[in-house]
Design a protein. Structure first.
Length: 143
């Protein structure tokens, strides 16, 4: 297994579309989480009296951002599927989305991660490397 070739293959591929799609999907889920619960805003700014109109407008803005980022996620996912099979596109998108959602959860929502999550992330990385090396070997056989 030639790691350099795997890294070069990833660099020259359209994986950036998967990364953009995953970032948009992660942002969409974060905005929906904010749209459905703004108690965090009330806890942080307890001195400011938030009226129901401001609360409604904030939820509306978050919901609008949720829709926009979902549309962008689908756009880049479709672009990715033009270059790869649906299987590979789904694997790439799931892998990036798994890690980005965890990073956003820890940074913005103060969620905790345990050893099982790290173990699962390691298995995902190993699986992604195996799938990429298998696709390189199939391309070699076709040449």
């Amino acid at each position: 297994m030639d790691i350099y070739r795997v890294i070069k293959k990833i660099y020259n591929s359209n994986i950036s579309n998967s990364l953009i799609s995953s970032i948009c999907g992660t942002l969409a889920s974060a905005f929906f989480k904010k749209a459905s619960d703004i108690s965090i805003l009330k806890q942080n700014y307890h001195l400011i009296n938030i009226t129901w109109i401001i609360e409604f407008l904030l939820r509306l803005i978050y919901f609008f951002l949720f829709i926009i980022f979902n549309l962008l996620m689908i756009k880049y996912y479709v672009i990715l599927m033009k270059h790869y099979s649906a299987f590979l596109a789904t694997i790439f998108n799931f892998s990036f989305n798994f890690f980005l959602t965890a990073i956003f959860g820890v940074l913005f929502f103060h969620e905790q991660r345990n050893a099982y999550w790290i173990l699962g992330g390691g298995f995902i990385i190993i699986g992604l490397i195996l799938i990429m090396t298998d696709s390189i070997n199939k391309e070699k056989k076709n040449e």
